[in-house]
Design a protein. Structure first.
Length: 193
């Protein structure tokens, strides 16, 4: 008996080979990934106030119970979205910078790489979450930890790139990094208008 109705066929003929059954961990990760992707779409399209766990479950084609199992509250979901989006944005920026020779060229390319990734739905989702934390006390209590981890991780990367360019004054690099992040967020908001 086959595990799935769409089992693949071998080149030798009609013998069907059963597909490997996914582990519980793989199924869990897939459900979480679908929920997070659906939440990004909802936040980008409908804004925070209109993004509910029920709406996200419908968008992700996940049962309400399945959604509540993975994300018991809206805040749990939104924090997971912020973490995932932050990680992906960082990886996108890092990938863009790897194509640039290290040293001063890569240091100069930081602004362009950050700006390129600041114009997409993911950055807008992150901005929407940040703005929403102003009116949601539970989110406001949990989001700073996520933002601080992201900022620390990004600053470490900026510092490494600056050092490879011969810039070793850490307070100067930190000030540049902080100003750079604030400017990019402001410019991304400006894109909305």
């Amino acid at each position: 008996m086959l595990d799935t109705p769409d089992a693949s066929r071998t080149q030798e003929g009609d013998k069907a080979q059963p597909r490997r059954r996914r582990s519980q961990a793989e199924r869990t990760e897939e459900t979480r990934r679908r929920a997070i992707a659906a939440a990004v779409r909802c936040l980008s399209r409908d804004v925070y106030a209109a993004t509910t766990t029920i709406r996200v479950a419908e968008e992700a084609k996940i049962s309400r119970g399945g959604m509540l199992h993975h994300f018991p509250t809206k805040t749990d979901l939104i924090v997971a979205v912020a973490e995932d989006v932050s990680r992906r944005l960082h990886e996108q920026r890092k990938a863009r910078l790897m194509d640039v020779p290290s040293g001063i060229e890569r240091f100069r390319a930081l602004t362009g790489a950050t700006w390129e990734t600041s114009q997409g739905a993911e950055e807008m989702t992150l901005l929407e979450i940040m703005m929403a934390s102003r009116g949601d006390a539970e989110l406001a209590g949990r989001l700073p930890d996520v933002a601080q981890r992201l900022d620390d991780y990004q600053y470490d990367g900026t510092l490494r790139i600056a050092r490879s360019a011969g810039i070793t004054t850490e307070p100067l690099v930190k000030a540049m990094h902080t100003l750079h992040q604030a400017a990019m967020r402001g410019l991304a908001i400006e894109l909305l208008f």
